[in-house]
Design a protein around this ligand. Structure first.
Ligand code: ADE
Length: 225
């Protein structure tokens, strides 16, 4: 699977993909992440990519042409399944969206800045608009990194234990059960006896109950969907 991320701040995306699972996925050849500097596609000598909004108002708007040139160059090289724009007014990211994206081959992600991008980029090129939550960040780079992380870990073969993505919170629509490791007792706090019992059937039953209990307490909305 291949991601092409278009941004005015490529250096912001140098680190998030260079560690742990995402780094391993790239080394194994299961994922490719390419970051493109939008300013390389600026058409004026100052390399600016934004301008004042028509109709007035505060903030600058990212112009069409640099995005169009970069997207069209990428599209001339391969087909893309989706062109995603990261924006607080998009559909809120959830596990279902991540699952769906993990089945795709090639995805472009556009990162906005300032007031956002000219509406015509959205109308002409963008196929999905995704938010990471109801709050506003300075740009789309961190949201893009979150989408890439959530998706790449779902690609078969990326996690060494294939079942571990399946047992993530949300994957079955519920939150995870509490988890523990050694020591069995710490400052008088004991791990639930059932987990030390070795009885796999009973442990699974306990985990199912705990998942339901946690979800009821913390995210009852997930049970109503
Ligand atoms: N850009 C700025 N804030 C954002 C958010 N909450 N989600 C996605 N992109 C954004």
């Amino acid at each position: 699977m291949r991601f092409d991320i278009i941004t005015v701040l490529p250096s912001l995306l140098e680190s998030p993909f260079a560690h742990s699972i995402l780094q391993r996925a790239q080394k194994k050849g299961l994922a490719e992440i390419h970051v493109h500097n939008l300013r390389d596609y600026a058409f004026n000598k100052h390399k600016s990519v934004d301008d004042y909004p028509y109709g007035g108002g505060s903030g600058m708007v990212m112009q069409i042409e640099p995005f169009a040139l970069c997207i069209e160059k990428l599209k001339s090289e391969r087909d893309y399944d989706d062109i995603i724009y990261m924006t607080p007014d998009g559909v809120t990211l959830n596990q279902g969206i991540a699952n769906d994206l993990s089945t795709k081959q090639n995805i472009i992600i556009l990162c906005g800045h300032y007031k956002g991008i000219d509406q015509r980029i959205r109308d002409v090129f963008v196929t999905k608009e995704i938010s990471i939550g109801d709050y506003v960040l300075s740009g789309g780079e961190l949201p893009a990194a979150i989408v890439v992380d959530a998706v790449i870990r779902l690609i078969p073969g990326v996690l060494s234990d294939e079942t571990s993505a399946l047992s993530d919170s949300f994957q079955d629509g519920l939150l995870d059960a509490p988890i523990y490791t050694r020591p069995a007792e710490w400052r008088g706090l004991r791990v639930p006896d059932i987990l030390l019992s070795g009885n796999e059937a009973k442990i699974n039953e306990w985990r199912d109950e705990q998942q339901l209990l946690r979800t009821k307490e913390r995210r009852p909305d997930l049970l109503n969907d």
